[in-house]
Design a protein around this ligand. Structure first.
Ligand code: 4AD
Ligand code: MG
Length: 430
């Protein structure tokens, strides 16, 4: 029976054929252990000379790393392996040889691994991270569909820049100037006025000259937007969504979390509600902790966010940031207009901001005033203002960065390992 590694539990005691690659091997005079992978999982194949005979044993022993094979064997339960099964090999057919595979089981430097990303993806660790990423994507669709949201796809080529004009990838759109999308938010607001509760999931681009463990040039963002939703209600959706992601990974990616050596006790605790702290209180807290470098009106850097996050064992919302350091579309607090109705969600364990969100300005005159202050005079923003002209409603939304979320839940230090082919400062290859 031809099957995949992920399905072997159905065939205990039976002979199966699996298309696989050789990930690694060990052998002695009488027995060879083949570490096999087929994309669906990893399994150990055991080749015993006495059982298969000299010819097959010698063939199995000489297979090189990443050679592709059809392996025939009998499925056995194996309590010693985290996977729970192994294969007693009866035959091996080589499909295509692999000579001098560059990524060997020894340690390699980061640059080398990044240059070989197209091959590095085959490793057990990268496989585990990609499976967790996939689970987070699956759970995202499930969460929003179960909660009455409609998926809407905003354009990638745009004429507008919601998050400021300094980090744009500019291109030509025939004779017009165009940009790669930094965020689909403005379009999602239009969509929310048509469909109520919407979410997008797509690539976004920031020409940021940042070289940190949290920054990618191209990253994927999930952007929900909700009509008739205020700041407080927005936070409840966020904490429920993030809890759902963590609990889904815990339930469906046990093996991957084990492969990565993730401390699961830190994730089990991630259940809504999450703590909230205002920007004002965060500044006071930082001063108490001895951060003299920051004053009211400054944006937080990574060390500030980490210090705040460290005093909680769940993600924490920092709310009500100063108006002047946040985007033009955020609604001012009706009680004081020097702060806006917004929140950043800071992940635990130093992973930083995973969500930015806010209630949006719904008043035509105020938004028009902001346009002037932010010099958004181009026609590209005309349609966005019109949304406030025809039945404007309170509405809110947020953006969750997929790669930072994958990094945190997987316990992987750097976002470069959380996306198949990372686009980083000075890296477009492979
Ligand atoms: O805080 P940001 O810039 O918010 C927005 O773009 C809003 N328009 C979203 C919305 O309200 N619809 O980005 C949102 C999230 C951040 O919290 C972070 O997780 C991620 O996107 N992010 C990045 N991830 C990787 N590399 C970068 N350079 C990122 N910039 C933002
Ligand atoms: Mg932000």
């Amino acid at each position: 029976m031809k099957t995949t590694i992920s399905q072997v539990s159905k065939y205990v005691g039976q002979e199966v054929v699996i298309g696989a690659w050789l990930a690694n091997k060990r052998s002695s005079g009488k027995i060879a252990f083949l570490q096999l992978r087929d994309g669906s999982g990893f399994i150990q194949g055991v080749v015993v000379k006495e059982e298969v005979g000299e010819e097959i044993f010698q063939k199995a022993k000489s297979i090189t790393q990443e050679t592709s094979l059809y392996v025939t064997g009998i499925v056995r339960e194996d309590e010693r392996s985290p996977f729970g099964y192994e294969l007693t090999v009866t035959n091996v057919d080589v499909i295509s040889e692999s000579v001098d595979f560059p990524i060997t089981p020894k340690q390699h430097g980061t640059d080398f691994l990044m240059d070989n990303r197209h091959l590095w993806l085959r490793s057990k660790r990268q496989h585990a991270v990609m499976k967790i990423r996939n689970e987070i994507i699956r759970a995202t669709y499930e969460f929003f569909h179960e909660n009455g949201f409609t998926k809407v796809d905003p354009p990638i080529l745009t004429g507008s820049a919601p998050e400021g004009t300094t980090e744009l990838f500019a291109t030509k759109y025939f004779d017009e100037d165009a940009y790669l999308s930094q965020s689909g938010q403005l379009y999602m607001e239009a969509a929310a006025m048509a469909l109520g509760k919407v979410f997008s999931f797509g690539p976004t681009f920031r020409a940021e000259k940042s070289k940190t463990r949290r920054h990618l040039i191209e990253f994927w963002m999930i952007e929900p937007e909700m009509a008739f939703c205020d700041h407080e209600e927005n936070l409840v959706v966020q904490e429920n969504y993030v809890s759902y992601l963590v609990q889904s990974v815990l339930k469906n990616c046990k093996l991957e979390l084990t492969t990565l050596g993730r401390d699961i006790s830190k994730l089990e605790n991630i259940q809504a509600p999450f703590p909230r702290i205002t920007y004002d209180d965060a500044i006071k807290f930082l001063h108490e902790k001895g951060f003299d470098d920051i004053e009211w009106g400054d944006d937080f850097g990574a060390p500030h966010e980490t210090a705040i996050a460290e005093s909680f064992d769940k993600p924490v919302f920092i709310t009500h940031y100063p108006t002047k350091i946040k985007a033009f579309y955020m609604k001012p607090d009706p009680k004081r207009d020097d702060v806006v109705l917004c929140a950043d969600l800071i992940a635990p364990e130093g992973y930083g901001e995973i969500i930015g969100g806010s209630q949006r300005i719904d008043d035509f005159a105020l938004l028009e005033e902001r346009y002037k202050e932010h010099d958004l005079t181009s026609d590209a923003y005309k349609w966005y203002l019109e949304l406030r002209k025809y039945g404007s409603v309170p509405h809110s939304g947020f953006g969750l960065g997929l790669e930072r979320t994958v990094a945190w839940i997987s316990g992987v230090e750097h976002v470069r390992e959380t996306i198949p082919f990372p686009r980083l400062l000075n890296r477009l290859y492979p």
